[in-house]
Design a binder for this molecule. Sequence first.
Ligand SMILES: Cc1cc2nc3c(=O)[nH]c(=O)nc-3n(C[C@H](O)[C@H](O)[C@H](O)COP(=O)(O)OP(=O)(O)OC[C@H]3O[C@@H](n4cnc5c(N)ncnc54)[C@H](O)[C@@H]3O)c2cc1C
Length: 410
Amino acid sequence: MTDLTPDVVIVGGGIAGGALATVLARNGLEVFVLEREIYYPDRVRGEWIAPWGVAEFKRLGLIDVLRQHGALSVERNVPYDENWLPEAAEQRALDFTKLPPDLPTPICIGHPTMCNAFEASAKAAGARALRGVKEVEVTGGVRPTVSFTLNNELLRLTPRLVIGADGRNSVLRKQLGFSIHSDEPHNLLGGMLVANVPAWPRHVQAIGTEDRLHYFVFPQGEDKVRLYACYDFADRRKFAGPDREVRLLQAFRLKCLPYSEAIVGGTPISPFHSYSNEDHWIDDPTLPGVVLIGDAAGHNDPIMGQGLAIAARDVRIVSDLLQSEKDWGHAEFAPYVEERRERMRRLRIAAGLATKIRVEFGEDAKQRRARVSDRMIERQLSPLPAAIIGPERLPPGAYTTETIEKLIAP
Ligand SMILES: Cc1cc2nc3c(=O)[nH]c(=O)nc-3n(C[C@H](O)[C@H](O)[C@H](O)COP(=O)(O)OP(=O)(O)OC[C@H]3O[C@@H](n4cnc5c(N)ncnc54)[C@H](O)[C@@H]3O)c2cc1C
């Protein structure tokens, strides 16, 4: 058994883990990253980075890493939807190039590509990244320990701090007894990567609802698009079974969506995976010697695509604290705990509203969606812009029940 004493051990070499490892190693810390997978699989985990998240990656000095690995800028969101003819939807498009100057356009990049890119940047900065790590066990405290097996060898590290970045089903979270809250599952969200769709405009994304499907199309590199389908639990069998990829593709034969035939003619190049959509949160994702970040610390309902931005903000706040605080004692992470708690509360409210407006079906829901869209074009207060500009930029009044009732009122 080996016993090494690095500054930080990060469990989970995904987005949050790889990004934090890069930043800390660039700051001169000795960092180990322990990743379970040998190859990063396409689990359908986030391809679109919100403008406020891109701003966070920029502040972290990581945007070039993403650009060098093919990140694509998206300039317009077109709400092709059963409420409007395509030309009318185009008139309602959100032009991301007109956001405030400190907010970049969103970017699209594959999740496994990002994980590989951050692992490479972490290694280039001097971090040690181990893949294929099994049976990780962590104890907290003034001198935490991390034991694990790698190639059947049992290893042990005793760092100053352990970071839990092992994703939405975090093993560390369970091992260390963090209690997690969640709301009722809202619906199902699944995604799939499709090639051979050269007709799809490379700088346009589309989000809308038709009949009983809420859909997303995000451009990816070359001729690829990432499709997401959000649907009711009652419809789960429509997208289950061995031919689910074909059925998902067929579901994109939508009247409201130009290029839908081009999409249906594309070639699925990943499995279709779906997950239930709900929020999970932890009041305090820290213990002496341990800090959880990214999905491990609780995640927003993916309907608004906020997880990557959340992970980047976590990395920025935690790395700043590690840089400025000498002791790394438990109390020093209080600013992270407080900021994250309010950030996730606000995003939870916004996601709840997004679900209500976009993933409830039928005539009443359709009319409500059109009403809310009109009111937002007229700049009525709403929590929904949080998903683009970041939750802290809206006034607290955007998140109240009164604001939401006024926004959706008949
Ligand atoms: C269907 C769906 C669509 C989404 N779409 C978007 C989107 O468009 N935009 C967006 O911003 N977010 C999106 N998200 C959310 C986003 O994917 C996550 O919030 C983001 O990946 C969180 O990063 P992370 O590093 O915390 O976790 P992950 O990226 O999941 O990384 C966790 C890492 O930990 C590793 N790991 C797990 N357990 C262990 C262990 N015991 N030991 C060692 N390693 C371990 C995993 O293998 C993985 O590499 C989506 C999520 C889902 C489910």
